[in-house]
Ligand binder design. Structure first.
Ligand SMILES: [Fe+2]
Length: 623
């Protein structure tokens, strides 16, 4: 049996080595090898890949700086349905089944996690001809790539052959810029990833204001950037600390300050090398946020739980976000019609496979490069036992918040505490962290009350609370089974604040569907109106917008009275403030971008001031 296996492997190598005309016998004596190691460099096999631009085939480089598609060609004389191609980066990898680390928790069971993989029979007629060809999208991840053919399925993989490594022309290139509003409205932060440590080059952003219609500024200035990274030892558990670890490179953030409200700005990320030359990223532009209270059209996207997926159809660890690309593409195709995005937790679902943070930042880059992308922490970013998270679960795959708190900037006082406020024109957002204790008496409770209580509602009438887990209401089947319709101790601690400070909408994710309630307090609808709210403000509307892309969650069959609209599909929501008296809420499906639920709020300042149940302090009888 062993001899037959070796022979089969050798035959496979020969087919890979040759062109279509090479016979297994020709190669069988040239590249004998152990299945657990990469082939020697003097092996006569030729590489099994080619990339689309002809130049790439000649040079061995993948051109482009952030993403590129390549074609991988392969073959074997004994093809089977469970053969698969692994993509590895760095190109050197350990295909052994005997790992120094604990056994990988998830297939494919390899000691080095492939960044993704595809079954060989994805290529038509692979089983019949023993030859295949697949197109794969690579993103620039600061290292080279190799492709390996395995047989034996994902549970008992045996290496057959490995390609020669390929690389982007500049693997260190600055890529995937992501904007976020800073601690004040006149500050935009630009965060990006590169392979340049501060000892190699100075990171900066070149930027300047644009006059209407221009693509280049008349003047530019340079803002220096800070540099962060994290290491394997900062991971709290597996797989992040073991098989899922991958070097994150360097993450830079620059602060562009004193922005003029609503003005359009040009920017470009770069690194100044010791000789004074600059390695540039691509140029982009953004519109500066409105000043607090400013009356202008303001449009905001809110959703959670989007995740990532492979555009080339390949598989990866933690791949259970089938709606992710639909949502991403719906937002990319509508960039002209919104101004800022809130992704309220569960971002890539990397779950400890750190490579997927690069993948996620690449996927959303067309959005984040031009719109402030404000993030919140979810269980898949933060939760890990015995790390002071509120939940004693392993949902972060050992990340314990480190990648999320480094890859993305958000204006928290301490980024380990994922709560912050954002003033955006007529809106105030209070973003909370449901993975840390929010109950009465905690620092986070103090933050929430401070955020809700310090907004001037005559100028910023639209007050929004957002956090990842459902601390309000959801008729999700699991919560209904618990009898709570929420996470434990959620609204019991917070509803008095929402009522007292007259929160318009409380947003949640975590439950992977859409649901919208009536304006309510203490389980009661405060009005029978369903879609056009006006006059005295008397309750908070609760919205679950967790259908960003992760597999969908079921509802309970009995619909609670407070549940106005439910949709078991992928989607996102949009808030549009036209002025201080009119707000439009819309829920859109990711599949077609069309509106499936909506409501409006029309009111004046006095409607917020007017006392309703539990909203006012006692008053005096004196006159
Ligand atoms: Fe979640």
């Amino acid at each position: 049996m062993a001899a037959a296996l070796v022979a089969a492997l050798v035959a496979a190598v020969a087919t890979l080595a040759g062109t279509a005309s090479a016979s297994p016998a020709e190669g069988s004596s040239r590249c004998p090898r152990s299945p657990s190691t990469r082939p020697p460099s003097n092996c006569s096999r030729r590489r099994t890949w080619s990339s689309d631009p002809v130049a790439a085939r000649r040079t061995g480089y993948v051109p482009g700086e952030d993403t590129e598609w390549v074609t991988v060609k392969y073959g074997w004389t004994d093809p089977s349905d469970d053969d698969w191609i692994g993509v590895f980066s760095p190109s050197e990898f350990n295909s052994s089944a005997t790992c120094p680390n604990p056994w990988p928790a998830e297939e494919p069971y390899l000691c080095t996690a492939p960044i993704k993989y595809q079954f060989a029979n994805y290529s038509a007629n692979y089983i019949y001809w023993g030859k295949g060809s697949i197109r794969l999208q690579l993103i620039n991840q600061r290292s080279d790539f190799s492709f390996a053919l395995f047989t034996g399925g994902l549970d008992d993989p045996k290496l057959i052959a490995v390609s020669e490594p390929i690389s982007f022309k500049n693997p260190k290139a600055p890529v995937f810029p992501r904007l976020a509003q800073g601690k004040s409205h006149d500050e935009m932060t630009v965060t990006w990833t590169s392979g340049y440590d501060i000892s190699e080059a100075y990171p900066f952003v070149e930027w300047g204001a644009l006059v209407a219609g221009a693509s280049q500024p008349q003047q530019t200035t340079r803002a220096p950037a800070g540099t962060l990274t994290f290491n394997q030892g900062s991971m709290c558990g597996e797989p992040a600390r073991t098989v899922g670890w991958r070097d994150p490179g360097f993450i830079h953030t620059a602060f562009l300050r004193d922005l003029w409200p609503n003005k359009q700005y040009y920017y470009r990320i770069g690194h100044e090398l010791p000789d004074g030359s600059v390695v540039w990223g691509k140029p982009y532009s953004f519109r500066a946020p409105p000043s607090p209270g400013q009356k202008s059209l303001q449009r905001i996207i809110v959703f959670g739980d989007m995740g990532k997926a492979e555009r080339d159809g390949s598989n990866e660890y933690a791949a259970y976000q089938p709606g992710s690309l639909n949502t991403t593409d719906a937002l990319i195709s509508d960039l002209d019609n919104y101004d800022i995005v809130f992704h309220i937790g569960d971002m890539p679902y990397a779950n400890g496979y750190i490579s997927q943070w690069d993948q996620f930042t690449a996927q959303v880059a067309p959005i984040t490069a031009t719109k402030p992308y404000m993030v919140a922490s979810g269980n898949h970013e933060r939760d890990w036992p015995d790390t002071a998270a509120f939940w004693d679960v392993e949902d972060s795959g050992g990340e314990c918040g480190v990648p999320a708190e480094t890859y993305y900037y958000y204006p928290a006082e301490n980024r380990a505490n994922f709560w912050y406020k954002v003033d955006y024109g007529m809106f105030r957002f209070c973003v909370a962290d449901s993975e840390h204790d929010w109950r009465v008496g905690t620092p986070q409770y103090e933050f929430i009350e401070h955020c809700l209580s310090t907004v001037d509602r005559k100028h910023q009438p639209w007050l929004i609370f957002a956090t990842h887990r459902v601390l309000g209401y959801s008729s999700n089947a699991w919560y209904a089974g618990e009898g709570s319709f929420e996470e434990p101790e959620g609204r019991e601690n917070l509803q008095k604040l929402w009522q007292k400070y007259r929160v318009d909408i409380a947003y949640f994710g975590h439950v992977h569907n859409y649901e919208r309630t009536c304006p309510m307090y203490q389980n009661q609808c405060m009005t029978s109106e369903k879609s056009h709210y006006s006059g005295t403000m008397n309750g908070t509307i609760f919205v679950v917008a967790g259908g960003g892309g992760c597999h969908l969650s079921d509802y309970t069959t009995a619909i609670p009275k407070w549940s106005i609209y439910r949709d078991h599909d992928f989607g996102f929501t949009k808030l549009t403030a036209f002025n201080h008296s009119s707000l439009l809420f819309e829920y859109k499906k990711s599949s077609d971008g069309k509106v499936y639920d909506s409501f409006t709020i029309h009111r004046d300042y006095r409607d917020v001031l007017r006392c309703v149940h539990d909203s006012c302090f006692p008053t005096t009888l004196a006159t």
